[in-house]
Write a protein that binds this ligand. Structure first.
Ligand SMILES: [Zn+2]
Length: 294
């Protein structure tokens, strides 16, 4: 499941590729039936909040996309590809798709945490994107978009003030690890960042929200913005500090990028205790170090 860093990255990328120009849009699979309403219109901007994308075509028309668990974009330059699979939506620049493709021009997107961060091309060179498997891809009015924003908690990547999130956490008996994933508490934090932020704060994931000291909460929030922004630029979520890795110099190895996420039964980089995993903790797997986060 993509987290806020990835959603914000797509927003910036698609805005650089398409905004300010008329954009062609279609829905080959037949499930996005409103493509004609925005096809050929000028895209004004692309917004991101939490895990939601909003493509603002002006005149009260915002294309809302939520990738959900399965959704993903593929992008390329050069001509459009033949339609394959459950292709919900295509967006393209009519001029750019007439240009011949260049080296490495089309590639399937790989999940950030598994990505080696290489072989990408500039946003300005993107000629088309394909969207498959999203949880939602529908047209919103401005009012619907505003209602969505009201429902969502502050987003660390948008520099939102955290007060609303802190107030909800301070009132709740739910474990902090569950609260951080609730999008009406904080928007954009997913399973990787939840696990890693709690580890970096040395906070026990089962601590009830109301028992988390405010200074610790502030620390977690302060950590979240830069950490998620780094994941946006590098196309890789790295949460370990160089001093804690077995290899303290150079780029981290793939198995060194996280403290606890998907590191169950492996020794904690800091204390050597086996990292724990709990399945189906509020619907998702939870990872933590029982010693560092006692
Ligand atoms: Zn540890």
């Amino acid at each position: 499941m993509p987290e806020g860093n990835e959603i914000h990255r797509w927003a910036a990328r698609h805005e650089a590729a398409f905004a300010g120009k008329p954009v062609r849009v279609d829905g080959p699979q037949g499930r996005f039936t409103d493509s004609d309403v925005i096809d050929g219109r000028k895209l004004m901007r692309v917004m991101a909040v939490g895990k939601h994308l909003g493509y603002d075509f002006g005149k009260d028309r915002i294309l809302h996309v939520h990738l959900g668990l399965q959704g993903d974009f593929t992008e390329g330059n050069g001509p459009l590809k033949p339609v394959r699979g459950a292709l919900r939506l295509r967006m393209w620049n009519a001029q750019k798709v007439k240009l011949p493709p260049t080296e490495g021009a089309s590639k399937r997107h790989a999940w950030y945490s598994d990505d080696d961060g290489t072989s990408d091309f500039a946003a300005e060179d993107v000629a088309w994107v394909e969207l498959r498997g999203p949880m939602d891809c529908t047209l919103y009015t401005n009012e619907q978009w505003e209602k969505l924003l009201e429902r969502l908690g502050p987003d660390p990547l948008n520099g939102d003030a955290p007060d609303k999130a802190f107030a909800k956490i301070a009132k709740s008996k739910k474990p902090i690890a569950a609260l951080l994933m609730e999008q009406d508490v904080a928007a954009g934090i997913g399973n990787i960042y939840r696990a890693e932020l709690l580890y970096r704060a040395r906070l026990n994931p089962f601590t009830p929200g109301k028992d988390v000291p405010m200074d610790v909460l502030k620390k977690v929030w302060k950590d979240a913005g830069p950490l998620m922004r780094a994941g946006m630029q590098d196309r890789r979520i790295v949460t370990t500090l160089a001093k804690d890795r077995p290899h303290k110099k150079g780029l981290p190895l793939r198995e060194e990028v996280h403290y606890v996420y998907r590191r169950q039964r492996k020794p904690c980089w800091v204390c050597g205790t086996d990292v724990k995993k709990m399945e189906d903790f509020y619907g998702r797997n939870l990872y933590w170090c029982p010693t560092c986060q006692a």
